[in-house]
Design a protein around this ligand. Structure first.
Ligand code: HEC
Length: 104
């Protein structure tokens, strides 16, 4: 039990510190900004803004689109976008969009 708790703690910590690289994310975001906007503010009322969104939330949503766990609404648009992303791509893209200022 103690070992299990320690393992969970270590895994929890490493996921909290898993860092995305915003500069790398920028290079991977060419397709994304067609819909979510070059400054993270989307180009259409049915597309969500990403600017300033929490990085961990963005990465989690990308994972959920890729796995098919997130469905409904317009998830069918995002699933193919996320399908080709690695975990590192997701973290990098999340860092890139989370650092944007929605007010700009
Ligand atoms: C063709 C337009 C389009 C493209 C290209 C696109 N998205 Fe999306 N994105 C959407 C739409 C529409 C939704 C809302 C989907 C839903 O209803 O779940 C969305 C949702 C999201 C969400 C969830 C936002 C939230 O508030 O929950 C994230 C994160 C996201 N996109 C990131 C990306 C990234 C990163 C890329 C590039 C790899 C990308 N998108 C490319 C249209 C697009």
């Amino acid at each position: 039990m103690k070992l299990l708790l320690t393992t969970l703690l270590i895994c929890g910590m490493s996921s909290a510190y898993a860092a995305g690289d915003a500069a790398a994310g920028k290079n991977k975001a060419a397709v994304c900004i067609a819909c979510h906007g070059p400054n993270g503010v989307s180009i259409a009322p049915t597309y969500p803004n990403l600017a300033g969104q929490k990085a961990e939330y963005i990465a989690a949503q990308l994972k959920a689109y890729k796995s098919g766990e997130r469905k409904g609404a317009s998830a069918a648009i995002m699933a193919p976008m996320a399908a080709g992303l690695s975990d590192q791509d997701m973290l990098d893209l999340a860092a890139f969009f989370s650092e944007m200022d929605a007010a700009k």
